[in-house]
Design a protein around this ligand. Sequence first.
Ligand code: PRP
Ligand code: URA
Length: 208
Amino acid sequence: MKNLIVSSNPLVKKDLTILRNKETDPEHFRNALNRIAFILASEFGINIKLKESEVETPLEKTNGYILEKPVVIVPILRAGLSLLNSFLEIIPEAKVGHIGIQRDENTLQPVDYYFKAPEKLNISQTVVLDPMLATGGSASAALKILKERGAGECFLVSVISAPEGIKKINTEHPDVKIFTACLDRQLNSKGYILPGLGDAGDRVFGTF
Ligand code: PRP
Ligand code: URA
């Protein structure tokens, strides 16, 4: 496995325990995801490229910095939406694209149903958000769609990743750096991550 950054922040481990707990209700589940996303956004931020831009304090001019390239955040619908607000808190200048992808329950293949993204993906830093990287089919399809529309530098952020998903992204998108809160053991026969947290979208939106 390569291009993988697993968070070592102890607060992430604490909140992952809340996410994994089957008794956690949607409100507390969303709150814990927000907090983890905030930390992952900060860790992703270390990779952001800046350029110098002079700033005038009340006393004198000094060196400052602005984004070198626009940042585009792309949550994969539905569950990726749960990470968006924290990323916008950390990078408020970012533009937002949306990709609708649903995994077919039987074949586990991704089915895409919606796409809308800002222009100039070719000169942007694009970060795809999805709390779960299981087979990797959905994230890989999202990255492929973005690259077909010109995206250059791409990153992927997930909360729980399976080794199978990491390997797929490494193989199909060797240029993509992955930020994750944790690397779990394996997938079960239905493509769910073990130990995982169950169905992220259902737990975020209370659709169970
Ligand atoms: C979940 C999750 C990912 C995908 C991961 O979405 O949010 O998008 O499954 O699985 P994969 O790595 O094997 O593709 P789901 O298809 O359940 O859609 P939802 O977010 O609308 O619930
Ligand atoms: N999608 C989820 O929401 N959870 C899993 O464990 C796998 C895919």
